[in-house]
Design a protein around this ligand. Structure first.
Ligand code: HEC
Ligand code: HEC
Ligand code: CA
Ligand code: CA
Ligand code: CA
Length: 466
């Protein structure tokens, strides 16, 4: 594994540490401890912070002007929107899921499903109707009349939410080769209190809010580098295909490679952010000028001017492009190293690809030309019926999901106070997340089931070091 011995990254680390020190205590390159280079997860954007703020730090290599732009974006990311007319941040709704970006992406981190007596906060539900036979694959999801492609469970006064969701879990038990019993829970969703009747054949896809750091780096990975891992027909016969999603780019007005969202259903961060304003908050932008409630009785007036300006859209996009990636911890711990070997041996790295080199992202030099360790291939994989939402999304089938990056995953507990993983947050810890893997990852899961307790522990300790 060549990323262990890259002198370049060691030099980068030295530069990062040097620039972080004040001039009164000069640090020589010789006095800096040599870490395994895989610790530097985000290249020059890496920060050494394992606190509860670990996901919220601006990339340390931003210029003064770029940092100012990032901080403007930070303010907008936290801005709470209200019913129009208002002096600050008007335009919320009339129907929406939440009032600010940060409310779902808490501490720039990960959301979770609601607890027993909580409402939905950072979990949302995408909706669609089944596609026609001949217009199916590769097309956007078909909206549900009166509901669109997302259930908006909240509304401003004098409007009606589209409905609510009741969640319950079915417990099941899995026994590993050494006789350890692991409890898994499978979510069941019932849509209730809908403002009008839903069609019977509706497709529902639950999605929790992912963390938003390091995303500019993922956007900067050259398309060819991602496609190099695609093997749709599994020509090399390792049981793993890896398929690019191609989704509609509203700026380019054509289909382009999808990278963001649980099904790689958004092509760029600009479009992802504009879609979040529109779908999640009921706020129009120049990219999506139509309210998400178009055609519904509660939409009484419609502003011709976008509710959020291009300037704000730009700084918020820049903000999620330039949040730092936290460095790994404990990389020299023998148990961590053992876990890393097991990760490779169980074929986890076939999808959770450890290393990429970014290209140039226009206007964002800090994420350009970096060696990064995101542990994702940004491709779609069939994960089997257990994880399927049975709702296709462009080229993603009902059982395909984009490999999520694993960087920072060991800090979720510290930052977000929970360890709920997977697209719907069903897994209550990392081991449950692994044991839900099926489909193309069947062999990986079986390898973990065959491991001794010590090996499984090492694998988890490795993941916690990311
Ligand atoms: C109601 C909760 C909610 C709100 C509000 C929300 N998001 Fe999200 N966000 C999500 C969910 C859920 C996803 C995953 C969507 C998917 O898979 O289609 C997501 C995905 C993203 C992603 C892509 C992450 C990735 O790893 O692919 C970015 C970036 C993002 N949101 C930024 C924002 C910004 C900026 C705002 C405010 C304008 C915002 N979000 C508001 C829930 C929310
Ligand atoms: C065939 C590709 C593939 C392989 C092989 C694979 N994974 Fe995954 N992994 C995924 C996908 C796709 C998801 C998201 C599934 C979902 O959310 O429904 C995922 C999710 C995860 C998550 C939860 C991440 C999150 O953000 O919630 C962890 C942890 C994880 N994998 C670890 C592993 C480990 C450890 C192995 C090896 C034992 C492994 N994976 C093998 C594709 C793969
Ligand atoms: Ca609005
Ligand atoms: Ca809707
Ligand atoms: Ca293959």
């Amino acid at each position: 594994m060549k990323y262990f011995h890259s002198l370049l990254s060691v030099t980068l680390l030295a530069l990062i540490l040097l620039s972080a020190c004040d001039s009164e205590s000069p640090v020589t390159v010789e006095s800096i401890p040599i870490f395994s280079t895989s610790e530097i997860s985000g290249g020059e954007t890496t920060v050494f912070d394992a606190s509860s703020h670990a996901f919220s730090i601006p990339a340390p290599n931003l210029s003064t002007a770029a940092l100012a732009k990032h901080l403007e974006g930070d303010v907008e990311f936290e801005a709470v929107f209200v019913t129009a007319p208002a002096v600050v941040n008007p335009g919320l709704g009339p129907i929406y899921n939440n009032v600010s970006c940060i409310n779902c992406h808490s501490r720039d981190g990960r959301g979770r499903p609601p607890g027993a007596n909580e409402g939905l906060v950072s979990l949302l539900f995408r909706l669609s109707l089944p596609k026609m036979e001949d217009s199916g694959v590769g097309k956007p999801p078909t909206p549900v009349p009166g509901f669109g492609t997302q259930l908006n469970n909240r509304s401003i006064v004098n409007a009606t939410p589209e409905g609510k969701v009741k969640i319950d879990y079915t417990e099941q038990t899995l026994t590993t080769a050494d006789g350890t019993r692991v409890h898994l829970r499978h979510p069941n969703y019932t849509l209730t209190e809908t403002y009008q009747q839903l069609p019977e054949n509706i497709e529902v896809s639950p999605r929790v809010a992912p963390a938003v750091f390091g995303l500019g780096l993922l956007e900067a990975i050259p398309e060819e580098a991602i496609l190099a891992y695609a093997d749709e027909a599994d020509v090399d016969g390792d049981g793993i295909s890896g398929k690019p999603n191609y989704v509609w780019d509203v700026v380019k007005q054509r289909y382009t490679l999808g990278r963001f969202g649980w099904k790689a259903n958004q092509p760029t961060l600009l479009q992802q952010v504009a879609a979040a304003y529109n779908d999640d908050m009921g706020i129009t932008t120049s990219l999506f000028q139509t309210e998400n409630s178009a055609g519904q009785p509660q939409l009484t007036e419609h502003s011709a001017v976008p509710e959020v300006s291009d300037e704000i859209l730009d700084v918020v996009t820049f903000y999620v492009q330039t949040l730092a990636v936290p460095a790994r911890r404990d990389v020299d711990n023998p148990q961590v190293k053992h876990g890393e070997q097991l990760f490779a041996k169980a074929q986890c790295a076939s999808c959770h690809v450890p290393t990429f080199r970014t290209g140039v992202l226009a206007g964002v030099p800090s994420v350009s030309n970096q060696t990064i360790h995101p542990y994702t291939d940004l491709l779609l994989h069939d994960m089997g019926p257990g994880l399927a939402d049975n709702r296709p999304d462009f080229h993603a089938s009902g059982s395909e999901w984009r490999t999520p990056p694993l960087w920072g995953i060991g800090l979720v507990q510290r930052v977000n106070g929970h360890t709920n993983f997977l697209h719907d947050g069903r897994a209550r810890n990392l081991m449950e997340a692994i044991l839900w893997h099926g489909g193309e990852a069947e062999v990986s899961r079986q390898a973990v089931e065959q491991m001794s307790k010590a090996e499984r522990d090492a694998l988890i300790v490795f993941l916690e070091s990311l």
